[in-house]
Design a binder for this molecule. Sequence first.
Ligand code: ADP
Ligand code: MG
Length: 327
Amino acid sequence: MQADGEFDLISRYFKRPAPERMLGVGDDCALMPLSQGCELAVSTDMLVEGRHFLPDVDPQALGHKALAVNLSDLAAMGARPLACTLALSLPAVDHAWLAAFADGFHTLARESHCPLVGGDTTRGDAVVLSITVLGEVRRSHALRRDAARVGDDVWVSGTLGAADLALRLALGQLPPDPERLRATRPALDRPMPRLKLGRYLAGVAHAAIDVSDGLLQDFDHILQASHCGAELWLDALPAHPALAGLDESLRREAMLSGGDAYELCFTARPLWREQIEALGRQLNVPVTRVGTLVRGQGARVLDGAGQAVSVTRRGFDHFSAPCGDIA
Ligand code: ADP
Ligand code: MG
């Protein structure tokens, strides 16, 4: 990218005043202080045009979502956001697109107290975004995937299935249903990372993960890292209201295997039940107990009669999915 163009773009769309005590865009590195007794939490997520979003995506929604999916990782670790960086490749300079993208990005950054403090900008064949979020969490309070224990309750925040349903409707994989698409589209386009919930759970819950690729697939990372198994209760899963009346197997798959939910799945000792429920009420975030951790391996999904349910589509995997799939 031409030097002039590049610096002009950066100062126009990305440079914002840095918060007090931070050094933001414009130097070789950004600088920020860490609170005493905290450790740094770092996470990076990439979004590639044609794979994670369609070329005709609303750029404002993309700016929001690109940051949201990264903040969701901080939430799942129990970390408080400090700042973020953005590496961006663009095939061409489209000012209307950039302005809308930057607006979606900075709006969520402001709401989440996660200012953009640096990055890189280059020309490339497709729009590719790589965002790194930096956060802090009290030492030994992080919600690690290897910290779950047999006997823990399994919890899920919010509701499940809406983003998956919206994606499948938008891609034409299901018969057109404008009403359901309208009801579920916001979940796909504008997920809200569960930052407050994650922070309050740090020090209470044992392990957590955010549901990005599908509940069963993501939860299995906790089970593997913690060397335990689980029973999940199908009837307890919090379905998004727009799933009502849907074919039962579609409903089940959307909840168990649908990606892009950005809800937290976490485990905690049963003695914390009341506090976790109170926390959910206080934050106005539904929290639902959906299972229990047992000895063994893998998750068994049980129906109302206690019978194991078989699930075919377990979740999204970029390397086993056929090319061109969007997730
Ligand atoms: P360097 O040559 O040190 O890599 P650059 O010229 O790439 O620096 O960037 C200049 C400044 O602008 C740096 O502070 C960098 O972090 C910031 N920056 C570049 N691209 C972006 C972006 N997309 N968003 C935010 N800050 C950016
Ligand atoms: Mg650079």
